[in-house]
Design a protein around this ligand. Structure first.
Ligand SMILES: [Zn+2]
Length: 268
């Protein structure tokens, strides 16, 4: 089977057995990655890159799959996307496009704790929290606080960063080198750190979400594949975790980081 596609973040969902499911959106079809695991696949860069925002072709993209101009002007790449505490839509203050920022920021958000190789704190929109956890390759996650908007969640995240990190150790995640962490007791421990007005947002939802990934075999060390340098990837797919494809020979490919790259994909 042969497909042509422009790479973007893989859509995900969780099956009933808590296994993450992934698809790649090709021009004419959806490719369920589950069916490709254990098979030889070939990915070939078509030497074309398209901005994920304006759709124009560029020799190089800048960041997040955006061209330089879109990265610095599009509301989808505004300050509050990376740093929720800088959200201003709740005050009616515009960063790049107030209507967009209102619809994005003024909705329920969660502050969560996750274990994706280390305990971390993060912020996301409540409606897509499980997708976020899958994107990060988390083994478990729990809601810490529920807020009415992005700004409040950002305030809580900033406060929690004094006690724990906010980065995903992606190499550990891809080796499945995950420490045992009791998220519920960590949540209870951190409860007292939520002071003043922020305390009202503490979540009583103590469900610890388990997430499994479709991986036949984890590598002992990992090295990243780079489409600009290698042009072509030909290997057996061993699994998918986070936004990474894991190949035999300890090679990993970050799909999301290659947003906008035009590729062909085939498998036998
Ligand atoms: Zn653009």
């Amino acid at each position: 089977m042969d497909f042509l596609l422009t790479l973007e973040k893989m859509p995900t969902w969780l099956a009933e057995d808590n296994e993450a499911q992934y698809i790649l959106k090709a021009d004419q079809d959806f490719i369920k990655l589950h069916h490709l695991i254990g098979r030889q696949i070939t990915i070939e860069f078509q030497n074309q890159k398209f901005c994920a925002h304006c759709g124009n072709q560029f020799a190089d993209l800048f960041r997040m799959g955006f061209c330089r101009n879109c990265f610095f002007t599009a509301p989808e790449a505004g300050e509050s996307i990376i740093r929720p505490e800088l959200s201003r839509a709740h005050e009616g203050i515009e960063d790049r496009d107030l209507e967009y920022e209102k619809s994005y920021q003024l909705q329920k958000h969660v502050v969560y704790l996750a274990n994706s190789g280390d305990l971390k704190v993060g912020v996301t929109r409540a409606a897509q929290k499980v997708n976020r956890w899958i994107d990060q390759g988390a083994s478990q996650a729990i809601v810490f606080a529920e807020t009415d908007n992005r700004f409040q969640a950002g305030q809580i995240e900033v406060a929690m960063k004094s006690y724990l990190g906010d980065k995903t150790p992606w190499q550990r995640m891809l080796k499945n080198d995950i420490p045992e962490i009791d998220l519920l007791s960590e949540k209870h421990r951190l409860r007292d750190k939520l002071e003043g007005e922020l305390a009202q947002f503490y979540s009583e939802d103590d469900h610890v979400q388990q997430i499994n990934y479709p991986v036949q075999e984890y590598p002992l060390k990992v090295s990243s594949l780079n489409l600009d340098k290698e042009g072509k990837i030909e290997a057996v797919l061993k699994g998918v975790r986070g936004q990474y494809l894991i190949f035999e020979g300890a090679k990993v490919f970050n799909v999301r980081a290659n947003t906008g790259y035009r590729i062909s994909l085939s498998y036998s």
